[in-house]
Ligand binder design. Structure first.
Ligand SMILES: NC(=O)c1ccc[n+]([C@@H]2O[C@H](COP(=O)([O-])OP(=O)(O)OC[C@H]3O[C@@H](n4cnc5c(N)ncnc54)[C@H](OP(=O)(O)O)[C@@H]3O)[C@@H](O)[C@H]2O)c1
Length: 240
């Protein structure tokens, strides 16, 4: 299987690369700056024939186009696209933003960054890679959402931008499922659970290994009847 993964520098994206390449898949591991991820570089030295590192910032159309060109130079088709890259203000990549996703501190600039990274970027990446997916075997698009993106989980509005961005991602990917169903391309959104990454923090209940192995099992077994679905990392349906 040929797989493209976004946000592969660390966390869940890196673990997807580890597990897919480890079992023999061909992986295009995309990241904003793949050279600076020691973990990704070490995986590449372990599987140099199976992993290619590609620069991709999901918020830049030029970067998305350039990534497509690089992947197209190496393969004619992809079977799986994992839209994994994401940001949560105050965590990981946006650590210095502190409490910025709380009511009273919301800004246009932060909102735009979160929306672009978590929702608009993934649909534009998918749009660009569609020609390669159309040539894939049993093509699937798995977009990593969050329980926070569900309208069923609104005990609080916080974190505002993050929740709204994942709800927007869910709608983009559900609409895409409707449009691509007749072409045999599956699109689902998956909640990975609460996972110990830079974003999830050390108190999280799941390791990246547990979450990703569950998601890989789900992705492997997906059928066209499940397209448009919202699942958790164990394959159970989530409420929208
Ligand atoms: N961990 C959890 O508990 C949890 C729960 C629910 C949902 N999720 C979702 O799971 C996905 C992975 O999260 P994680 O826990 O692995 O978080 P993480 O450890 O913070 O990793 C986030 C990844 O996204 C990348 N990224 C951020 N902005 C990007 C951009 N503009 N272009 C390309 N890549 C970008 C980061 O790259 P850099 O290294 O360049 O910053 C990094 O590889 C996210 O979509 C997140 O919302 C996580």
């Amino acid at each position: 299987m040929n797989a493209v993964i976004t946000g592969a520098s660390r966390g869940l994206g890196l673990e997807f690369v580890r597990q897919l390449a480890g079992r023999g898949d061909r992986v295009f591991a995309t990241a904003r700056d793949p050279q600076t991820s020691k973990e990704l570089q070490s995986l590449i030295s372990k599987h140099p024939d199976r992993i290619s590192a590609i620069s991709l910032d999901v918020t830049s159309e030029a970067s998305i186009r350039s990534a497509l060109q690089q992947v197209s130079a190496m393969t004619e088709s992809i079977d799986l696209l994992i839209n994994n890259a994401g940001v949560l203000l105050g965590m990981s990549a946006m650590k210095d933003t502190g409490q910025a996703d709380r009511l009273g501190r919301l800004t246009m600039e932060h909102g735009a960054t979160v929306m672009m990274t978590n929702a608009i970027g993934p649909i534009l990446v998918t749009q660009e890679f569609l020609p390669l997916l159309r040539k894939g075997k049993h093509p699937r698009i798995a977009s990593i959402t969050s329980g926070y993106g569900s309208l069923a989980h609104t005990s609080t509005g916080n974190p505002y931008h993050y929740k709204a961005s994942k709800a927007a991602l869910n709608m983009y990917m559900h609409g895409l499922a409707v449009d691509l169903c007749s072409d045999g391309i599956i699109s689902v959104v998956i909640n990975p659970g609460w996972v110990s990454t830079a974003m999830g923090g050390s108190a999280a209940s799941l390791t990246p290994e547990q979450s990703v192995s569950g998601m890989v099992k789900l992705i492997d077994k997906l059928t066209l009847q499940q397209t448009g679905g919202f699942f958790d990392w164990q394959g159970h349906e989530e409420p929208w």
